[in-house]
Design a protein around this ligand. Structure first.
Ligand code: NAD
Length: 453
């Protein structure tokens, strides 16, 4: 399979396209590596993750430039992502030895305790928007707890994942404990999802693919984690620090060219500050420099695929007429999947920009009268991933904490996901949680032991 640079659509590499049979035999091979790895002391497994993180940090420039070349993001963002992935490995290294069981108070049946063991071979299917970070979210806990894992990268961004695997091997990971199975979703991805020897499948991607995958897995044998799309609302109250909120909206929407699951996808602004807020936001948006992610000073790279670019264009075109475009909505001349950062107001409530996931640099802005109205609009999609409220009044924050349907809610920031805290969606945005100490349990099975007196 060919890999392209989305900044110019030139070919930059080739990877193997795994067939279904090759995926099955790879999973079988991982099954032979599992016993040795799971028998190691947790600290020894943790050391491999620590070492890999150290090597990734030392190799930062090279890894970031590979990531930029296949994904499109600016080099500074690529560096952040590689460092973020290394931090995830360090986090799981630091908690590898904390897995314990429970003791149950003595009763008439005797003593009872539980012990936790790794599951076996796990699977991970990941998207292209944050390939390094999302691979680390899955590989980190799987390896720390003693499992083996097969990773299926997205079609457009396999190179960074291959480099991360090489780094893990160079750090001491046995080669039969991790495999990168490159290929198409419909073949290699489906072959992992339908494999009966996988014990846990963690999928990150779109809602549509998530739905297909949940039908493919054998629910009686495979644990399933689904990290799906979102349409995160950002609510700006009248009392908010507006400059801080403007900066939050710009970063929240346009980082990674708007291709983040928890990007700010709908902006709700209190009526009384909407004019001044929008004016400042427009000025900040127009300062963003669009260009090749590898070039100095670029704020926004290209979209990752032509398909993604066309979808964004279609969504914007659909609302032209009724809505008002404040800035952007242009495809710059020349090669590459570029789209100018776009702000749109006066949308119909059923506009696709407000009801579907907008996975690109386009931000719809909606005014609200009172906060209840904003919360109601925030909850009006099928999603429930992230959300934020910008306010200095605890009563407003409490209303959002209680009322907004989401797996994660930020107050006065948006989209930071540290490895120490649980992350995942509700409603149409998925099931299960990644990150945080409890994520280890997803990769462990608990056995109860009862000792009769
Ligand atoms: P996608 O669903 O098209 O693809 C994701 C992965 O699934 C890829 O590796 C792809 O090859 C594979 N795939 C596709 N069809 C398959 C099939 N039939 N069987 C098995 N695997 C298959 O998603 P995408 O476009 O790569 O990613 C963007 C989406 O991911 C957005 O919706 C975004 O919100 C979501 N996302 C969610 C999170 C989260 O943590 N909740 C994080 C990042 C991205």
């Amino acid at each position: 399979m060919d890999v392209y640079n989305p900044a110019n659509n030139q070919k930059i590499g080739e990877v193997r396209e795994f067939t279904e049979e090759e995926v099955a035999s790879t999973i079988e091979r991982l099954g032979t590596g599992f016993p040795g790895w799971s028998a190691r002391r947790p600290a020894s497994r943790g050391m491999v993750l620590y070492k890999a993180a150290e090597m990734m940090r030392a190799d930062l420039d090279r890894l970031a430039s590979i990531l930029t070349s296949e994904q499109g993001k600016p080099l500074a963002e690529a560096r952040n992502e590689i460092v973020g992935a290394a931090a995830v490995f360090e986090y799981y290294a630091s908690i590898a030895g904390t897995v314990g069981g429970n003791t149950v108070p003595k009763s008439d049946y005797g003593y009872a305790f539980t012990s936790k063991s790794p599951l076996g071979v796990c699977g991970a299917i990941i998207p292209w928007n944050m390939p390094a970070l999302i691979m680390a979210w899955k590989v980190g806990p799987a390896l720390a707890t003693g499992n083996a894992i097969a990773v299926k990268p997205a079609e457009t961004t396999p190179l960074t994942n291959i480099e991360m695997a090489k780094t893990l091997f160079a750090a001491g990971l046995p080669e039969d404990v991790l495999a990168i199975v490159t290929g198409n979703g419909e073949t290699a991805g489906a072959a992992i999802a339908g494999n009966r020897d996988i014990r846990h499948l963690s999928f990150t991607g779109s809602v549509d693919t998530g739905e297909k995958i949940s039908k493919m897995v054998d629910a009686g044998r495979v644990r399933l984690t689904l990290e799906l799309g979102g349409s995160d609302p950002m609510i700006v109250c009248a009392d908010a620090d507006l400059d801080r909120a403007v900066a939050g909206a710009v970063a929240g929407r346009f980082y990674n060219c708007g291709q983040i699951c928890t990007a700010v996808k709908r902006l709700f602004v209190a009526d009384s500050v909407a004019d001044v807020f929008t004016e400042r936001l427009k000025a900040a948006t127009e300062r963003l420099r669009v260009g090749d992610g590898a070039a100095e000073g670029t704020d926004l790279g290209p979209l990752n695929s032509i398909k993604g670019l066309q979808r964004i264009e279609e969504m914007v075109d659909d609302c032209v007429g009724s809505a008002k475009i404040l800035t952007g909505a242009r495809r710059p001349e020349g090669p590459g999947n570029f789209y100018s950062p776009t702000l749109i107001t006066d949308l119909e409530p059923d506009s696709r920009l407000l009801t579907e996931e907008v996975f690109g640099p386009v931000l719809p802005i909606v005014r609200f009268g009172d906060l209840d109205e904003a919360v109601e609009m925030a909850n009006s999609t099928r999603f429930g991933l992230g959300a934020s409220i910008w306010t200095n009044d605890m009563r407003n924050a409490s209303k959002a904490i209680e009322g907004v349907r989401s797996g994660i809610l930020w107050v006065n920031r948006h989209s930071r996901i540290p490895p120490e805290v649980p992350f995942g969606g509700v409603a149409g945005s998925g099931i299960g949680r990644e990150n945080g100490p409890n994520s280890l349990d997803g990769y462990l099975v608990e056995k109860t032991v009862i000792i009769s007196p």
